[in-house]
Every structure is written in C-alpha cells, then in structure tokens.
Design a protein around this ligand. Structure first.
Ligand code: PLP
Length: 395
C-alpha cells in the first residue's frame, strides 16, 4: 500500500479471491496488530480469540496441536520446538525442587541425561527403573515421588513397558504417569486409553516423517496442567517456528499411510532377517520369540512399530562391512524417516556406556537398530540379504 506521500506502508493488501486456498497458509508474522486497546483487552480476557506475539502462539502451531490432539484423543496440547522441548516442558514445567521423579532405565538418550544431570542440579531427585518391572518401579518410590516417565517400547532393545501395571501404581499413589509415545505413535498406541496423565511426542520422527522438521508436543489430561505447560513453554521460549509447523502439518497428512506401510514392512523384515545365516538374533515386539510378545500383542493391538533390531554375527568389522554394503539405506541415528535408516548403538547412542554396561543391555558391536521406511518391501529385503551376506561371508 502507498500512503498519501507515496511511501510504502504495511500491510500490503492481498489480492481478493472468491475461492480459498486448499492448504493452510504459512503465517510467519511475529506480531499481530489489533484495532484498538479495547479490542486487545477482549483478546487478553479471552472474549475473542486472537494472536498477539508468535512466541505466545501462532496459527500454524495451533493447526499442528489440533491434529495431535485429535490423534491422541486429547485437548489443549502444546507444540514445542523439538521433542526434547516437550520433555523439558513436562519435567521442568511441572516439577519443583524437592520432588522426586522415576524414569525408565532405557529412556531416549537426552531424556536420560536430563534425569541424571539437569534435574538433580535443580534439586529434583531422580531414579531409573525397568518399566517392564512394576516391582522395581515400586521399590524406587519415595514419599516425594511425583511422576513416572516411560517410553512404551525401549530404544534400541525394543522391550515393552508394563503400561497397565505402571498406570495402576501411579493411580494408587497419586503420581503423574507420563508416556513418551514417539516410537509407538498414536496409531500404534493411545496412552490416555491406558491410564496415562500426560503424553509426549517427538513430532520430528514418524509424525512429520521426512527428517526435515524438529518439533515436539506434550498434552495432559488435566487442563490446568496444559496451562502450566503452555505458560512454561512461552516463558522459556520453547515455541516452534511457523515454517516447521507448516512442514509438519504437510507430513502428518500422510502419517497414517506411512505408519501402516512401515510397520507392515518391519514385520516382514524381522521374519526375513531371522532366516539369514549371518544374523545371530532378531528383536521385534510382535514376533513370538520376543520376551514381551504377549504384552506387545495386547498393548499394540496387532500393530507393531516400524523398528526392528538385530545382531550380526561378527563384531565391528562385520558392522562396517554391513553399512558399506547396505546400498540406499542411510546409516544415520534417527528414526521415522520415509527412507530406512540404520543405527549402530555401540558407536552412537550408547557409545558413552562402558563395554560392560553395553553388554548388559545386549548391545554388541554387531547390534543394529533399523527404522523401516517406505521402500518397496521386496527390494528392501533384497538389500538386507545382500548386505548381511557381504558382512558375514562365512555364514
Ligand atoms: C527423538 C526422540 C526424542 C527427542 O526428540 P527431538 O525432536 O529429537 O528433540 C524424545 N523421545 C524419543 C523416544 C525420541 O525418539
């Protein structure tokens, strides 16, 4: 727009259209202008809905939150700039000095770090326990325990938590039961239907699905807790970028299709790997030889997840030969991408552990975790057949 003096002034009016776009517009605006102080009052007092400053909220984040709310059967969830942002909002936004929290002993690496380093530094005591063993979690309880944080399927050993037992324990003791549902996704598992009080996601993984966005999400069953999560996120600047939210929305439109395809391929791959002579063992929750098969079947309703772990015969040398020969598969420590990715815990996620601690978890130099993507299943199985044969030629 030009003013009377002919200088350029914002806003430039958009060309009118009798029709409307079919995609959500991207709104990168940091600030939102109001007409009058009275109009701003109406917004702040909640009499009308409106945005003010994008750290406090913006349309693209609200679209992502509404999508996740619908997937989880929840209301009022908060979107954060990464999955760890969501973990931080829950742990730091809801706990206080003097509290105690129990975490699963195989949580995501940075969540573990927060339990071991950051929370204790702030006066919040922490314990780790096996979430598959309710007696072990019960033994870790203290009078100050406020929260239990677990993942449904552990990384990379794919053990399944005793969600029913933990939910009952948390209900009995009045603890907040927090479930990081990243691996299982709301298509595989809906924690609120199993007694969870709070659900966390790294949207970065399967939900957005293309390895080009980092985002997280946290939602509580109790609206008062959602308010606290929101205020903490706004105050500490965990707010996501509109562009990332816009990309995530696009990714989530195909999430159910991608999940179904990836988990079906994962089930096939698990059985295929089990038949290869170079493979010492395969871990997949829905296989009959998995130690938690019955629990996985009950919790995941016949859907697995897209993750398969396996152990190659031969050590680091075989592992090197395998990633070299696995043409078209990225050796990269992420999961949930459209392409299949390989993670080698001994050299990445679990490299800080001592060899003895890794051995206790069964993480040998031949151990790989596979995040199965969307390749043609037959072609994918062929790549694994070839790469395993190249890595373990004697077998
Ligand atoms: C990746 C991941 C996170 C952290 O998410 P970011 O988006 O990478 O910050 C948290 N929990 C689990 C289970 C994850 O896999």
């Amino acid at each position: 727009m030009r003013n009377a003096r002919g200088s350029l002034m914002r806003p430039f009016p958009l060309p009118g259209s009798a029709s409307h776009p079919v995609t959500t517009p991207l709104s990168p605006s940091v600030v939102y202008a109001s007409e009058t102080p009275d109009a701003l009052d109406d917004q702040y007092e909640g009499r009308v809905h409106g945005y003010t400053y994008s750290r406090e909220g913006h349309p693209n984040a609200d679209v992502v939150a509404a999508t996740l709310d619908a997937l989880e059967g929840a209301e009022g969830g908060v979107v954060t700039g990464s999955g760890m942002g969501a973990v931080s909002a829950v742990l730091l936004g809801l706990l206080k000095s003097g509290d105690h929290v129990i975490g699963g002993n195989q949580l995501y690496g940075r969540s573990l770090r927060m339990m071991k380093e950051d929370l204790p530094r702030l006066g919040i005591a922490t314990s780790l326990a096996d979430p598959g063993d309710v007696a072990a979690v019960r033994a870790a309880l203290r009078p100050e325990t406020r929260m239990v944080l677990v993942e449904v399927v552990s990384n990379p050993t794919l053990r399944v938590a005793d969600i029913a037992g933990l939910a009952a324990l948390c209900r009995e003791r009045g603890l907040l039961f927090v479930v990081d549902n990243t691996f299982t996704t709301p298509r595989g598992f809906r924690p609120f239907e199993h007694g969870a009080d709070i659900v966390i996601h790294s949207i970065t993984k399967l939900l957005a699905g293309h390895s080009d966005v980092m985002l997280g999400y946290a939602v509580a069953r109790d609206p008062a807790l959602n308010d606290r999560l929101r205020v903490f996120s706004v105050t500490t600047g965990l707010t996501p970028s509109p562009f990332d939210c816009w990309l995530a929305e696009r990714g989530m439109l195909t999430f159910p299709l991608r999940f179904d395809r990836a988990q079906a391929s994962a089930a096939q791959l698990a059985d295929h790997l089990a038949g290869l002579p170079g493979v010492a063992r395969v871990i997949y929750p829905l296989r009959a030889d998995h130690p938690d098969a019955a629990r996985a079947q009950a919790l995941l309703g016949g859907q697995g997840c897209n993750m398969v772990s396996f152990e190659l015969k031969g050590g680091r040398q075989a592992a090197n030969a395998f990633t070299r020969a696995a043409e078209g598969l990225s050796f990269a420590p992420t999961l949930g991408d459209v392409g299949t990715t390989l993670s080698h815990p001994a050299s990445s996620s679990h490299r800080a552990l001592t060899p003895e601690d890794r051995a206790a978890l069964g993480l040998s130099e031949g151990f790989f975790r596979v995040s199965v993507g969307l390749e043609e299943p037959a072609a994918l199985l062929d790549v694994f057949t070839g790469a395993v044969a190249a890595a373990v030629p004697a077998a």
